[in-house]
Design a protein around this ligand. Structure first.
Ligand code: XLS
Ligand code: NI
Ligand code: NI
Length: 435
């Protein structure tokens, strides 16, 4: 028996690029082999519980626009009803994973003890549903940014009681993630930052955040959680300045606190843009350090300049992201999480399905284009050619010498570099052939 929320819409199937059916996959074919692996296993799609089921359609100027049978979300019976509907969506989409924050799953009832016990109850309920579903947990995380107690930070809060509350909360969320067989555990520090330095000891806050993350890693090992711990960079919003600004900043932070072999990055397309980067830049930075963990595939509105969390719709951008992911050897325990929400006028249950179907198709197109570029090898050949000088014995020896001897060699050999074209337009034209 279904909840009836989706009007008995049948599971979405692959119908091919020529189909005009809006509720069919045109490009996402889970079984199609790409570079020796099933498309489903490359992309590892996840539905974000918060945007799809907990967000009520508000914006800064207006409240709830959606009407859902599980609102208001302050009751355990309705939390279970929400879970029933969520698993119906997962089945309709045939997605391998979902992701949650504690606050998305359970009713908010106030005290820590109550919230912990309702989290345990709802995750037991979800665990039973997972036994009859193919959908697994990509990651769990704690919402330590919505409630007013977090307004000055969680692990970076000037009040040690908030630090304690945060540690207790993360323990509960890690336990629940472990219980549900989660593949990763995520920390995104929306309030780990500040509004003004006039009231902030930045150095002390960073030390507390580093210590906190070390405790998270210790606890992971203590309970035998095999998943990956991930941090998610974002430059600002909700904080004016966020400590986890971008991939490079997070990597420096992880190294400073001795976490470089324990923690990887969950990179979000929209956050990359907010930080003034492209998504592939963030992916390449993480990959260069062996810290590529997982991705949140949601775009911003390029005019508004904030994190609008829209489903992806730009194949060339998505293709370059997957190109760098494939080059890095894939997503590992990570996946492609749609940290994306409907527009607030998209009221219907069908809109929720169509949004995911479109996002999955765009990612499939991007992945196929990326794999085709790799198979063709044009970009790799151009790259090898551009760096070919470094294969010479003299060039390699230089990396192990010093300024004295390099200067002597420049004088002796009369070295006088001849600039070469970077061929950017030719390479951009090349990419266009594939997307
Ligand atoms: C917000 C973040 C958030 C994290 C999980 O901008 O993207 O949704 O992914 O807390
Ligand atoms: Ni985000
Ligand atoms: Ni995110």
């Amino acid at each position: 028996m279904t909840t009836g929320f989706f009007d008995d819409i049948a599971p979405i199937v692959f119908e091919g690029a020529d189909s005009a059916n809006p509720l069919a996959f045109h490009h996402y074919n889970p079984h199609e082999m790409i570079m020796g692996q099933r498309m489903e296993d490359h992309l590892r799609f996840a539905v974000a519980y918060w945007h799809s089921f907990a967000w009520e359609g508000g914006d800064p100027f207006g409240g709830q626009t959606f009407e859902r049978p599980w609102y208001p979300q302050d009751d355990m019976g309705r939390a279970k009803q929400k879970a029933d509907v969520a698993f119906e969506l997962f089945d309709i989409l045939n997605v391998p994973y979902f992701c949650w924050h504690d606050a998305d799953l359970r009713p908010e009832q106030g005290s820590f003890a109550e919230n912990l016990s309702t989290l345990e109850e709802i995750t037991d309920y979800i665990g039973q549903k997972m036994e009859n579903s193919k959908t697994g947990l990509l990651w769990g995380t704690a919402n330590m940014f919505s409630h007013r107690r977090w307004m000055a930070g969680a692990s970076t809060n000037p009040d040690p009681d908030v630090f304690a509350f945060a540690a207790a909360t993360v323990k509960g969320c890690m336990d629940a993630t472990h219980k549900l067989g989660g593949q990763n555990y995520v920390l995104w520090g929306g309030r780990e930052g500040y509004e003004t330095l006039l009231n902030t000891d930045l150095g002390q806050e960073l030390d507390h955040m580093g210590r906190f993350l070390n405790m998270v890693v210790d606890y992971k090992h203590k309970i035998g959680f095999k998943g990956t711990i991930l941090v998610e960079p974002k430059p600002q919003e909700p904080s004016k300045h966020q400590y986890d600004f971008d991939a490079a900043t997070c990597i420096g932070f992880l190294r400073k606190y001795g976490l470089e072999n324990e923690v990887k990055l969950n990179l979000e397309q929209g956050h990359a843009i907010l930080a003034g980067h492209s998504f592939e830049h963030e992916i390449a930075v993480a990959a260069a350090e062996g810290m590529l963990g997982s991705i949140d595939m949601n775009r911003n509105d390029y005019q508004s300049g904030w994190d609008t969390d829209q489903f992806p719709n730009n194949v060339p951008e998505v293709a370059l992201a997957y190109y760098h992911i494939l080059k890095a050897g894939g997503l590992g325990t990570g996946g492609t999480n749609f940290d994306a929400k409907l527009r607030r006028q998209s009221l219907d249950a069908q809109d929720l399905i169509a949004a995911h179907v479109g996002g999955m198709d765009i990612c499939a197109r991007g992945l196929k284009a990326a794999a085709a570029m790799i198979a063709d090898g044009g970009l790799e050949t151009a790259l090898k050619d551009r760096y070919a000088g470094w294969t010479s014995a003299d060039a390699q020896a230089m990396l192990n010498s010093d300024l004295d001897s390099i200067q002597a060699r420049v004088l002796a050999q009369g070295i006088n570099p001849a600039p070469r074209s970077g061929r950017q337009e030719i390479l951009e034209n090349y990419v266009s052939r594939f997307v």
